[in-house]
Ligand binder design. Structure first.
Ligand code: MGD
Ligand code: MGD
Ligand code: MO
Length: 760
């Protein structure tokens, strides 16, 4: 079972420089004496990310997990023993043979005593790039070989959109993959209105890898072509300074009020497009009645919105008129979904774009997530590449992904989701591979209490982060630099060979090897591997992808040629992508996948669910926490994506550490708010509310709206009581669903207090 690649064979096959792919880009890898010494940006990449080299100094050393480990309390007391000691207990090293036996016996006990639905393996998270060594696919395929598991639906990124958009416009992910290209914006857009900005920090990322970063170039080309940008965000830095955007410093979680007021101006001044609404949408009349105040007595005027969103009424009215007078693109950051009633901003933005009547035309209409990833707006052929088959899960149970704490707290409890009622299963065993709930989940103190309940928690990890520390059985996995793979993603034109650069560190095994070991112990190894080695599977993935690409008229090279060259680039289509172009050209031949085949500004389906927190048309509802209802001294905390890493990945590495000289995460505050609290820049402060606390280093800037603070996500949880010493904002965020419709996470709706930290 040991991974057999010896040092000699890694290097001797190589006739070219080593390559690797990550979610933050492609890199050349330098190796000396069996150690990785540097990662250099890929020569095809005009704007490589600084994140990559952050892995070099942590491949080995004290934070690396080098052997299978079992928590002492669990080893001594058995399953269910001292769950509340998770995160505090010592670990005992065991052999892989022992680990396989222990895990196999425990899985067997749980499935025979409680059924497979008692195993939770939603295992949400980003893991690493690489089509074969995708941790979740490996985990799910393995569990499907032994009877299945309870899974999860949707993401933390944009759960609210994933559930609401299909009712209004059709499958959300299709739109992400067909967002109007940057080239079309440069040639045909005049006004780019960005709710949540287009922060370049985020464009470093592309799920599954990227060969060339295009977001900066796309923005600059549009700017040079004369496109005017409006950055609607509490943060001025949410767009590149060089594009000279107007900054509308909105109060967080109030974009819907602003959008409704923009819509009201269009309606009131007759600037909307009745022909478009008539031909391509349903239900506008009911929305118009709401805008006029016909249903709740409140007209959604700029004056009304100004009170809520903090942008002057005159500015709102002018923006609406500019939008109507220009070829306008409305862009919505995914962050707008990660707030209370996060379904509404996307629905309201779609309604607004429909009123402007430019959907489906070049460079205009609406785009979701220009703020979010390199691949949004990247013009490419969408190739149907093969993925590692996961098999079939016979267990029907699932949760909306962000309801994980509630599921553990409330076995047998009921929850609403997208028009139906479901039951939380009674989870006895949790297995996580390739995600970090101690990063991604809200209200971590509440989660830690719930996390004490299952009888057994297993984690595959490569570094001693909070997930590994809070598991009972820790199975050490490799990093991509210690295994061969291919980055194969429809989201990028580059497909890249991922070379094994070094031997696995310590006894680490790749996830496939880990599951193969347990599968052998449980008598399902053949079912799991189908008799193929990891290398044979990778070749299989490429061969099937080649056939499927050929069916789309794209010729890919053979396996040997790919290995020799290291990468390929599939040429982009000549014409830029224009979202919803076919629908606009012929709505009868190309209807939307909605009940009416049109854009549903009013949805009978959603109205029919009767939810008090998600009515039949876009609506303003007060969020659970926002500045409009803050106690004296409370500030709104934005915990957005970190610029120096991907979520919690490589938080311990050199690149992330360099931004954190005092060892704690920086928090940005307006100087006026600091003065009111007698705080000074550089000082260590304590962010706190009723749910928990974290430390942070104060940085002052007038590029943030007063009353708002910003702290990036990603600091590894380092708990001391209910406080995180390193600055994990999820100690403070609220764990509540967006609404009964989507049950998405709402990290961005969060009020906190900030004070000087006595201990520091
Ligand atoms: N407050 C707040 N919270 C948020 C957000 C926010 O905006 N604010 N954003 C949310 C969003 S959009 C997301 S997507 C989530 C992200 O949350 P996650 O995706 O869970 O975060 P990552 O840190 O990327 O977790 C990936 C884990 O996989 C491990 N890993 C890497 N490679 C491998 C491998 O090959 N095998 C195995 N077994 N493990 C591997 C890494 O060490 C890491 O622990 O966070 C969410 N949480
Ligand atoms: N470097 C880096 N890039 C990343 C990631 C990462 O971890 N690191 N994560 C990736 C992932 S998984 C995802 S899902 C995407 C997420 O992509 P987004 O959701 O777009 O990213 P965020 O940084 O959370 O939010 C974008 C901006 O929205 C603003 N914002 C927050 N709340 C509000 C609001 O109520 N109204 C308005 N108008 N603006 C608001 C914030 O100032 C924030 O900077 O990013 C991806 N890109
Ligand atoms: Mo995400």
């Amino acid at each position: 079972m040991a991974q057999s690649t010896r040092k000699g064979s890694i290097m001797s096959k190589q006739t070219r420089e080593l390559l690797t792919s990550t979610h933050w880009g492609t890199y050349r890898v330098e190796v000396k004496d069996g150690k990785v010494t540097a990662l250099r940006g890929f020569e095809e990449d005009p704007d490589p990310s600084a994140i990559g080299p952050g892995i070099v100094d942590v491949l080995d050393g004290p934070t690396r997990i080098t052997a299978p480990m079992v928590r002492k309390g669990w080893l001594e007391g058995g399953p269910g023993a001292a769950g509340d000691r998770r995160g505090a207990d010592d670990f005992v090293e065991i052999t892989w043979d022992e680990a396989n036996r222990i895990v196999a016996n425990e899985l067997d006990r749980v499935r025979k005593t409680h059924g497979n639905r008692a195993i939770y393996a939603g295992s949400y998270g980003w893991a690493s790039a690489g089509r074969f060594h995708h941790a979740q696919s490996q985990l799910k395929r393995f569990l499907n070989c032994i009877g299945g598991f309870t899974g999860s639906k949707n993401t933390y990124s944009f759960a609210a959109a994933e559930v609401v958009v299909p009712h209004i416009l059709g499958d959300f992910r299709t739109y992400i993959d067909t967002t109007t290209s940057w080239a079309s914006i440069a040639s045909d857009c005049e006004l780019f209105v960005a709710f949540g900005g287009v922060p370049l920090k985020n464009g470093q990322i592309s799920q599954g890898g990227t060969g060339a970063h295009v977001q900066r170039g796309g923005l600059l080309a549009a700017h040079e072509a004369g496109v005017r940008f409006v950055n609607i965000s509490p943060l001025r830095s949410d767009i590149l300074d060089r594009v000279g955007a107007d900054w509308l410093a909105i109060r967080p979680s109030t974009d819907v009020a602003l959008m409704l007021a923009l819509a009201h101006v269009l309606l009131n001044e007759g600037l909307h497009d009745p022909d478009f609404l008539d031909r391509f949408t349903v239900g506008f009349d009911r929305f118009a009645a709401y805008l006029r105040g016909g249903t709740d007595g409140q007209a959604k005027t700029p004056e009304w919105a100004a009170e809520i969103c903090g942008i002057p009424a005159g500015t709102i009215a002018k923006l609406a008129r500019d939008m109507a007078a220009s070829r306008t693109m409305i862009s919505t950051a995914w962050a707008l979904t990660r707030q209370d009633h996060g379904e509404q901003p996307f629905w309201a933005a779609i309604a607004l774009a429909a009123m402007l009547g430019q959907i489906g035309l070049p460079g205009t209409g609406i785009g979701f997530g220009y703020s979010a990833m390199n691949n949004t707006g990247l013009n490419r052929r969408q190739i149907n590449y093969a993925s590692f088959p996961q098999g079939r899960n016979p267990v029907p149970d699932f949760i909306p992904v962000a309801r994980v704490t509630e599921m553990l707290e409330n076995p047998g409890g009921r929850f609403e989701y997208d028009g139906k009622t479901y039951e939380y299963p009674d989870i006895r065993l949790v297995w996580w591979a390739g995600g970090n709930p101690f990063h991604h989940h809200q209200d971590l103190n509440r989660m830690r209490r719930a996390w004490a309940r299952p009888e057994t928690i297993i984690a595959n990890e490569w570094c001693w982060n909070a997930l590994a520390q809070h598991a009972d059985i820790v199975l050490p996995c490799t990093t991509p630099l210690e295994r061969s793979d291919i980055a194969l993603t429809p989201k990028d034109p580059y497909q890249v060979v991922m070379d094994q650069a070094i031997l696995p560190v310590g006894q680490a095994r790749d996830d496939h090897g880990i599951f193969r070991g347990v599968a052998a112990e449980m008598g399902v190894e053949d079912m799991f591997t189908e008799g193929k080695s990891a290398g044979e599977w990778q070749r299989w993935l490429w061969d099937v992808s080649r056939q499927q690409a050929a069916e789309q008229g794209v010729e890919l090279p053979g396996w040997d040629r790919l290995q020799r060259d290291g990468w390929i680039r599939v040429p982009a289509p000549a014409a830029p992508t224009i979202m919803l172009e076919a629908f606009r050209t012929d709505p009868t031949a190309n209807p939307l996948a909605t009940p009416s085949g049109k854009i549903e500004i009013y949805s009978e389906t959603i109205a029919g669910f009767g939810y008090d927190d998600c009515p039949g048309h876009p609506a303003w509802m007060e969020p659970a926490e926002w500045l409009g209802r803050a106690d004296p001294g409370q500030l709104h905390m934005i915990s957005n994506q970190p610029r120096n890493k991907l979520h919690s990945q490589l938080d311990h590495g050199s690149v992330s550490r360099a931004d954190r000289p005092k060892g704690v995460e920086p928090v940005m505050m307006h100087p006026a708010d600091a003065a009111a609290r007698k705080l000074t820049g550089g000082q260590i402060v304590r962010l706190h509310n009723t749910r928990g606390a974290c430390l942070a280093e104060l940085r002052l800037s007038d590029a943030i709206r007063p009353g708002v603070i910003q702290i990036a996500t990603g600091a590894w949880l380092d708990p001391q009581g209910d406080l995180c010493r390193r600055g994990n904002p999820n100690m403070l965020t609220l764990d509540k669903g967006t609404s009964k419709l989507a049950q998405g996470p709402i990290a961005h709706s969060c009020l906190v207090m900030v004070e000087a930290c006595a201990e520091a």
